[in-house]
Design a protein around this ligand. Structure first.
Ligand code: GLP
Length: 252
């Protein structure tokens, strides 16, 4: 259906992955440039999962082939699994290294993920929130969406006021992660995640969804009632959100 170019209406951008990735990378590059001119950091909120991988690949390409510098980027990841070490290949720390951080000139001390193995999750949650505030808040938040409508690991039932905290993963979420972990028995049962309120404080949010498996939940999140059953639905109340959908996720 939609080839070569993208289709934009209101706060939705529909197109092929390559096109969407180009648009998103352009926006991030522009923001990085603007911040560099003003001599300040760009604070990115980063997501994991398969969805943002092509975007990270494009950012790495721009660094390697075009000299795009990430020296003024600070990043905060949405979430991290509990009970696996940072070096585990499926930790989100490893994921970020593999797909972005190890290939660009980001300052390693400015790459933040919640520590899900901290002895005191409440303290860790508080400190993560404080650190985000110290850096002036998240300028640009990238999100994917889980099949159950979660953003970060805010599973159904997570309210609008939730903050960075320890959460139990939904059965569906663990099933989706099972192949990567080599079986459901190896998938962590808990994680630390930014809360819905944390995410909604980002100045600008983009949610990316690809594939027909996301179509139903994207529709619910965008047009259904706003509430904790589908935590992505809370984005309906944010003033600056764009949904980046491929044709399969958007439906006809
Ligand atoms: C995990 C992550 C989410 C991500 C979701 C979807 O649950 N914590 O941030 O959005 O997976 O993953 P995928 O992009 O692979 O569909």
């Amino acid at each position: 259906m939609i080839k070569e170019k993208s289709f934009k209406t209101d706060n939705v951008e529909i197109g092929e992955t390559e096109v969407l990735v180009g648009l998103l990378a352009d926006e991030i590059e522009k923001r990085m440039g603007d911040c560099a001119l003003e001599n300040r950091d760009l604070v990115l909120g980063l997501a994991t999962g398969s969805t943002p991988i092509p975007l990270y690949a494009e950012l790495v390409r721009r660094h390697q082939e075009e000299g795009l510098s990430f020296a003024n980027v600070v990043s905060f990841n949405l979430d991290e699994y509990e009970g696996i070490p940072a070096e585990h290949p499926e930790s989100y720390r490893s994921y970020m290294g593999r797909h972005l951080v190890d290939h660009v000139d980001m300052r390693k001390e400015c790459v933040f993920l919640p520590n899900a193995n901290a002895g005191d999750p409440e303290k860790e949650g508080r400190e993560y929130e404080e650190r985000i505030r110290e850096y002036g808040g998240i300028d640009f938040q990238i999100l994917g969406i889980g099949r159950d409508g979660h953003i970060g690991f805010n599973e159904p039932g997570s309210g609008r006021e939730t903050r960075t905290r320890r959460v139990k993963l939904a059965a569906e979420t663990r099933e989706d992660a099972a192949p990567a972990f080599g079986g459901i028995g190896n998938v962590p049962t808990h994680a630390m995640t930014m809360g819905v309120a944390t995410i909604l404080e980002a100045k600008r949010i983009v949610l990316i969804a690809r594939g027909s498996g996301k179509r139903e939940i994207v529709k619910k999140a965008m047009t259904g009632p706003v509430g904790p059953e589908v935590t992505a639905s809370f984005l309906q109340d944010h003033a600056d959100v764009t949904w980046y959908l491929d044709g399969a996720a958007a439906g006809e």
